[in-house]
Design a protein around this ligand. Structure first.
Ligand SMILES: Nc1ncnc2c1ncn2[C@@H]1O[C@H](COP(=O)(O)OP(=O)(O)O)[C@@H](O)[C@H]1O
Ligand SMILES: Cc1ncc(COP(=O)(O)O)c(C=O)c1O
Length: 270
């Protein structure tokens, strides 16, 4: 049996406290037995003096390209890539060019358009560039409720039927697997997501932990999907395992000195 683990790259932002972003992705990869490497796209520092507002500094696009080059060259094969927070058009340009150059076999896109209420990346131009340039390169996309509505071009999603419809519309944009997340936000008492691959339309539902979304849950889900795909799972199998990882990571999760709970992947047993 080979002792070499599959390798996953995350192209994502740093969230210094460790609750989300690349830090969360690397912990999730490790927890699932996958070797992780990371190319940082931006540095996010939550501000304790201003209601935990997200201070956001983009990384120079050439430095993003250099990091991806280092990862792609050091490792003889990257099995899967997760793309997280991009946030600016120059960043999207750099990541688009790198995805074209290296042709990674699997790309999971967590289309971070908004960061728990912080609208720093929510400009129309950035949303459009993400939809037009990065989305068609994705093997799977994992939008939350707001991101699903934005990508699907609908006003608002308030029901399971509307979420299913949005998943189909996003599929029609050219991405073969869609995992559209509602979490606890449809008031079902469950954490509910919809998987669609052009034929199978599955509702993935587990008991919700509390009624609030959790900081880092979306990053954990997409990173776990990436790790499972790197290990050879089918997209639906990867989505099912990823939900189990999230459920373990939010129960009980971490409670620090911020007004929301954040994830801890270490309690998941694989
Ligand atoms: N309170 C919760 N209990 C259990 N699972 C949750 C909870 N909140 C979110 N999830 C799950 O975490 C994942 C991320 O969902 P969500 O919070 O909507 O995404 P994002 O972090 O991108 O905004 C989804 O699989 C969702 O169902
Ligand atoms: C760098 C970074 N990436 C991604 C996210 C999104 O995190 P979540 O998993 O909570 O959607 C955040 C939110 O703070 C972030 O700071």
């Amino acid at each position: 049996m080979s002792t070499t683990p599959p390798i996953a790259l995350t192209i994502a932002g740093s969230e210094a406290s460790g609750g989300a972003g690349a830090q969360t992705d690397l912990k999730t990869f490790q927890q699932l037995g996958v070797f992780g490497c990371a190319a940082l796209t931006c540095i996010v520092s939550m501000n304790p003096k201003a209601n935990w507002d997200h201070r956001f500094v983009p990384v120079d696009p050439q430095v993003i390209a250099d990091q991806i080059e280092a990862c792609a060259t050091v490792h003889s094969g990257i099995d899967a890539v997760k793309v997280g927070m991009l946030g600016t058009q120059p960043t999207i340009d750099a990541v688009d060019a790198a995805l074209e150059r290296y042709g990674f076999p699997i790309v999971v896109l967590d289309p971070v358009l908004i960061c728990k209420g912080q609208e720093f990346s929510a400009t129309m131009a950035v949303d459009n560039a993400l939809r037009e340039r990065i989305l068609p390169r994705a093997t799977m996309v994992t939008p939350n409720l707001f991101e699903s509505a934005t990508l699907a071009g609908v006003e608002e999603i308030t029901s399971l039927e509307a979420l299913k419809d949005a998943a189909k519309r996003i599929f029609d944009l050219g991405v073969p697997n869609v995992l559209a997340k509602a979490g606890p936000s449809l008031g079902t008492g469950t954490a509910l997501d919809v998987f669609y691959d052009g034929s199978a339309l599955e509702v993935l539902e587990v008991p919700a932990v509390g009624t609030e979304r959790m900081h880092g849950a979306g990053c954990t889900l997409a990173a776990a999907v990436t790790a499972e795909l790197a290990k050879g799972a089918t997209p639906l199998e990867a989505a099912v395992t990823a939900k189990n990882v999230v459920s373990a990571s939010v129960n009980p999760g971490m409670r620090g000195n911020i007004p929301f709970t954040y994830v801890w992947q270490g309690s998941y047993q694989h």
